[in-house]
Write a protein that binds this ligand. Structure first.
Ligand code: ADP
Ligand code: MG
Length: 369
């Protein structure tokens, strides 16, 4: 099911009574979620992710804008008539019901023509339990399950009616690191097997990047960029997106462009194809994998320390033009770094260096040599 969000806006009255302006939780959001895809909605806390999800499922009404499921305008449809499955961070299972009863619950509520026989309901419940691999646990109560198992039950309950759209709001946040990794792979598998159009909300960029077909990066209610995870990582439209994606994060420097040359502080790090009469302040972002250790390299940093990570080493250094206290570069552990030296020099991989306007923080499209 294709989902179309058209100029979706949601305003809330400001909780601070003295402030006259409304809070714009979602601001003019237009996006078509392709049929059968998993879309990751990503951004810092408070950027409007949950509000967007609540608008799609109908728990909240937009201030303006429209929502379509396929050709159907569902903007004014109550949630129960939209055919959505919902999973939240806190699993919200019925504590007094068994796993089986929890999963059956949405089916038992079907009325009229949609009403199912007991046998059909049971078969559907067991099929879905098998899909999420909890069919051995059907007679337990939620309190007798681990967090990961409880979340699987919540997913099964959301899926049992075969919703047109599956909406997941930070579904992994309550799980420990290992289980989070495992469950996100499970969600990807289940989504692939069912082919249900899915929106997955998270503040964790790695989580969103790893399982999404498309990611939507939001900030203050405004969509910043939409694209395949790798494309957004490789070509961020602005400094916010560049900083939000990637671990370790991108290193940001104050720089200048002069006569077509790109400087970080006083280090000349490359030549751009910008007109030679342009002279301006910029931010230069360098991905951690963009640094190449090299004697006589263009960027001269002060070595702080070297952290061994096994496959790679992380070189921690400083530079007078760095915006962050330290710069982190990831290089292969085949490199030998002299821990005692005061200086490290790097050459830079041009496709890992981004230039941003110092005022607008928008990316400046240019090639760097
Ligand atoms: P996220 O899920 O990305 O953390 P939310 O969608 O929950 O963000 O919130 C977006 C913004 O809208 C926040 O500033 C939040 O305080 C505000 N907000 C959310 N729900 C309400 C509400 N019911 N009333 C007033 N403000 C709200
Ligand atoms: Mg939220």
């Amino acid at each position: 099911m294709r989902v179309l969000l058209q100029n979706l806006t949601k305003k809330f009255p400001n909780r601070n009574k003295k402030a006259k302006e409304d809070v714009v939780a979602v601001n003019d959001f237009t996006f078509e979620i392709p049929d059968g895809k998993l879309v990751g909605l990503l951004g810092p806390s408070g950027c409007g992710k949950s509000t967007t999800l609540n608008l799609i499922c109908g728990l909240q009404k937009p201030t303006s804008g429209k929502i379509y499921f396929g050709e159907d305008d569902v903007t004014n449809l109550p949630p129960e008539n939209r055919g959505v499955g919902l999973v939240f961070q806190n699993y919200a299972l019925y504590p007094h019901l068994t796993v089986k009863q929890n999963i059956l619950f949405p089916l038992q509520n079907l009325r009229g023509k949609a009403k199912l026989s007991k046998e059909v309901m049971l078969r559907k419940a067991y099929d879905i339990a098998k899909l999420v691999q909890i069919d051995e646990l059907m007679d337990r109560k939620p309190s007798e399950l681990s967090g990961g198992q409880q979340q699987r039950v919540a997913i099964a309950r959301a899926l049992v009616k075969m919703p047109r759209v599956l909406l997941l709001d930070e579904p992994l946040s309550n799980l420990d690191a290992r289980l989070r990794l495992q469950t996100r792979e499970e969600i990807k598998r289940i989504q692939g097997e069912t082919g249900i159009t899915t929106v997955f909300v998270t503040h964790d960029q790695e989580e969103a990047m790893s399982i999404s077909d498309l990611i939507v990066v939001m900030k203050d209610g405004v969509v910043q960029q939409i694209g395949a995870p790798q494309d957004v990582y490789d070509s961020p439209v602005n400094l916010f997106v560049a900083k939000f994606l990637g671990t370790p994060p991108i290193s940001v420097f104050k720089g200048t462009v002069k006569d077509g040359n790109l400087y970080v502080g006083s280090d000349l790090i490359g030549k751009t194809d910008m007109a030679t009469d342009i002279s301006k302040d910029v931010f230069v972002g360098i991905r951690p994998e963009g640094f190449v250790l090299k004697d006589g390299g263009a960027l001269c940093c002060k070595l702080e320390r070297v952290e061994v990570m096994g496959r790679d080493i992380s070189v921690v250094s400083t530079h007078e033009a760095s915006v962050n206290p330290t710069i982190r570069s990831i290089i292969s552990s085949d490199n030998k770094v002299d821990f005692g030296q005061a200086e490290v020099r790097f050459d830079l991989k041009p496709n890992k260096v981004f230039v941003f306007d110092a005022d607008t923080e928008e990316r400046i499209a240019c090639t760097i040599e």
